[in-house]
Design a binder for this molecule. Sequence first.
Ligand SMILES: [Zn+2]
Length: 265
Amino acid sequence: MKNSMDCKIIFLGTAGSNATYQQLRSAGGMVLKFDDKQFHIDPGPGALSSAREASVNLRETDAIFATHNHLNHYNDVNAVINAMTYAGLDKAGTLIFSKSLSEARFFKDFLNEFSSLGPQQSKDFDEVTVRTLRTKHSDESAIGLKFTTPDLTITYTSDTGYSKDILSDYKNSDILILNNVHPAKTKKDSNNLSTEDSIKILKVVKPSLAIIQHYGSKMYEANPLYEARNIQKETDIQTIAAKDGLMINPLSKSVSLRQKSLSQY
Ligand SMILES: [Zn+2]
């Protein structure tokens, strides 16, 4: 029997929105590894130092995804390109970005391939198929991402408000990663998810595991751990609150944290 693939989700930085610029946490994005394929999603400020802390070798990156034109999602794209290509000495890797980043001055000459994608398009990386998803965000060309492999499907909402129309894009996900910017009982923000929005989404999509991340400052005040517990209580879906340095190995059901403190957000 074939062994299942080695899969890792590594959260380099979990700050979203204003928390990024208040320097509450890193906004280095996340890294997905499927066997020898390594993807870096939304490398915002702090990507390199956070990758070092999490023992992620950015030289091994196969593709970078910048889901939209907000600084905390793309600021460190060129830094990661430099790390991936040895500052252009090795032409390597792929960069995928939203239409809104078409004019951004990325180091495209260093790459094997680059392209901007709208929602509901697909791109294959051997056994991994990446599909771009719709969003409802202030950058209207923002894209979510769905990684489908023979063993599991991981979906990332990116920044989006709640929209009933988009729910079908999330269907058939084993793991759903939600950019839950706001805690419960906060002012309505139609461009970003709150805890109530995540609950509504999860009740329909029903993944095996939900992970919340990309927190605004109010979310840190509320404590992401409590918000995750509430989501789990309301939905009966196992919910993890990501924090900087969290590594999840979903196929071996192990969760490890490279950082020292488990209790403090
Ligand atoms: Zn955004």
